[in-house]
Design a protein around this ligand. Structure first.
Ligand SMILES: [Zn+2]
Length: 139
């Protein structure tokens, strides 16, 4: 249950940050688009774990961050959108059922750098991040 430990970490981080600053109304977190995380479970976990904490009135908003890749040869950074045609080829080869979220593991063999064509492409590590904390101004 990865989602629960993330929700727990978010609560701990924001609680610490918000201490003495007032009441938190909303927390926006950024989740990598290809992260195997179920955002519904994440929100559910947050709603259950916030009970009894200073964040009990806060809502969690999940923003999906686009996965990026870096070419090891020329240093170009790109997203899946930049290699959409390549992804399309993979799709047509494996059928529409081919799950996009498997691409990171397969990317070295499937994705080429859009600048130099190298296959020495690395999937960037993206963590779940707290993007924004919105305070309740009325309290
Ligand atoms: Zn390159």
């Amino acid at each position: 249950m990865h989602e629960w430990s993330i929700a727990d970490a978010v609560i701990r981080t924001v609680e610490q940050w918000a201490e003495g600053r007032g009441r938190v109304k909303r927390i926006v977190i950024g989740v990598p688009s290809i992260s195997f995380l179920d955002t519904d479970i994440l929100t559910q976990a947050f709603d259950e774990l916030k009970v009894g904490t200073s964040l009990r009135d806060a809502n969690l908003q999940v923003k999906i961050k686009e996965q990026t890749f870096t070419c090891q040869l020329c240093g170009r950074r790109f997203t899946l959108k930049d290699v959409e045609d390549q992804v399309g080829e993979v799709r047509s080869e494996f059928g529409e059922e081919y799950p996009l979220h498997l691409i990171p593991t397969l990317s070295p063999s499937f994705i080429k750098c859009p600048s130099c064509g190298s296959r020495d492409v690395m999937v960037d590590n993206q963590d779940v991040t707290v993007e924004e904390v919105i305070m309740d101004e009325t309290s």
